[in-house]
Write a protein that binds this ligand. Structure first.
Ligand code: GSH
Length: 248
């Protein structure tokens, strides 16, 4: 059953948001998407989620009936409950999917460390981080304020830099899982493991067009060209997963 009252709040550049969108799209659930701006959007999110204190992050899924889920794994399980397509977290694969999801979290967190550092260095990325409905000239003037948000996010997520070599260790198991067939789902059938890893590979090199909310300077800021050169087969697998997504 589709529910037109579903609302997904997220960040267009974020792999966590992309993961939740993919899960909802897999089950062909209808939802309205709302863009979130760190700090600025937080008070309204807290009111809607009835979470006055504690850490709160996006993606967040709401329905008109009191459902408020603030985690991409939980959103996927809700999509499984509401949708009719094959489950993304089948119970027989729960442990394996959890392990792949944890690996995807480490990759995404490495990406966050890099994008925060690059945002602090680049005025163009700062401009892209501001709400797009503001005129570009205004965003240019406001660009330095983005550092308030990056400092806040650094503290909130205890961000620390991750080296290419540390990421090599995360990428090896992906190569091992797909080696004999570059279009093979990681666990033999398509699950959240594939969605989580395919979206997290944005931290190695973003796909040319996904996620659509990732703007040009941000796209460049995520990329790690030297690392990517060592993992072209893994990135080709990611591209095949995304093609499968757009074809379905
Ligand atoms: N475990 C969460 C993590 C989500 C997460 O880290 N979200 C970050 C990146 S999109 C966020 O909300 N950043 C903005 C903020 O904290 O204000 C999930 O899987 O949904």
């Amino acid at each position: 059953m589709t529910n037109p009252d579903l609302i997904l709040v997220g960040e267009g550049f974020s792999p966590w948001t992309e993961k939740a969108r993919w899960a909802l799209d897999h089950h062909r659930l209808r939802y309205r998407y709302e863009e979130y701006t760190p700090l600025v959007s937080e008070p309204w999110l807290r009111i809607r989620a009835n979470r006055p204190s504690g850490v709160i992050s996006v993606p967040f899924l709401f329905d008109g009936d009191g459902l408020a889920l603030g985690d991409s794994f939980a959103i996927t399980r809700e999509a499984d409950r509401r949708g009719d397509e094959p489950a993304l977290v089948p119970t027989d694969l729960l442990d394996e999917i959890t392990t792949w999801n944890e690996r995807s979290e480490r990759l995404m967190r490495a990406g966050r460390a890099q994008i925060l550092a690059r945002t602090e260095e680049s005025k163009e990325v700062q401009i892209e981080s501001l709400p797009p409905h503001l005129p570009r000239a205004i965003r240019g003037v406001l660009a330095p304020t983005v550092r308030i948000a990056t400092a806040y996010l650094r503290k909130k997520y205890a961000v620390k830099p991750v080296t290419d070599e540390e990421l090599d260790a995360e990428l090896g198991p992906i190569r091992a899982a797909i080696s004999d067939d570059p279009t093979r789902p990681l666990l033999g059938r398509f699950t959240l493991a594939d969605i989580a890893i395919a979206t997290a590979l944005q931290a190695v090199r973003p796909h040319t067009s996904e996620p659509p909310g990732l703007l040009p300077a941000q796209r460049e800021a995520w990329a790690r060209p030297e690392l990517a050169a060592r993992w072209e087969d893994v990135l080709a697998w990611r591209d095949a997963m995304l093609e499968r997504r757009s074809a379905s």
